[in-house]
Ligand binder design. Structure first.
Ligand SMILES: Cc1cc2nc3c(=O)[nH]c(=O)nc-3n(C[C@H](O)[C@H](O)[C@H](O)COP(=O)(O)OP(=O)(O)OC[C@H]3O[C@@H](n4cnc5c(N)ncnc54)[C@H](O)[C@@H]3O)c2cc1C
Length: 141
């Protein structure tokens, strides 16, 4: 995306420089902007969105207000135990604790302070055979 007219050699000032326009970058950018910082987002590709733009958009964040409103009980200890089993030697206790604490707060931030809206589908068979079995006989797909 660099040519002589692209502005690539111009100087910009910002409080927060965000690299990448996937969910990580844009979440950081929106949050920093909300806190009054002047944000600059840079993207190396011609299109915004990164891998995020192609993702299914499903989140697993235990203990959100949305889950609680549906009566879904997921204690931090249950989630920690699950992640410990899944992550094996890669388990990082500090990161997991941060995820379990900050994740629900992040969801609350986006649902209460931005126009982001999350649905709460109660089932998501992540296993294709189950997914096929879950399809209704008259489903068009
Ligand atoms: C088909 C598919 C379905 C998925 N479904 C789900 C799902 O349902 N739920 C889920 O949790 N996860 C899902 N994932 C995984 C999820 O999409 C990724 O983990 C997530 O999008 C990563 O987000 P990110 O912001 O870290 O990176 P990205 O979305 O990849 O964004 C990174 C951005 O940074 C840019 N960039 C990189 N280097 C530079 C640089 N030097 N300068 C400027 N820009 C740069 C890239 O071009 C890109 O735009 C799915 C993935 C795929 C492929």
């Amino acid at each position: 995306m660099t040519d002589d007219n692209s502005g690539a050699h111009d100087t910009y000032e910002c409080d927060a420089l965000v690299v990448g326009t996937g969910c990580a970058g844009l979440s950081a950018a929106v949050t920093a902007g909300h806190h009054g910082l002047k944000v600059l987002v840079v993207e190396k590709e011609q299109h915004f969105g990164g891998t995020t733009a192609r993702s299914g958009g499903w989140l697993w964040i235990p203990g959100t207000s949305l889950a609680k409103a549906w009566g879904i009980v997921e204690t931090p200890d249950q989630a920690r135990t699950y992640l410990r089993h899944e992550a094996g030697n890669s388990f990082d206790a500090d990161r997991v604790d941060a995820f379990l604490t900050e994740g629900p707060e992040a969801v609350d931030f986006f649902t209460s302070r931005t126009s982001v809206h999350f649905d709460m589908p109660l089932t998501f068979p992540d296993y294709h055979a189950e997914r096929r079995a879950a399809r209704r006989a008259d489903a068009p797909w």
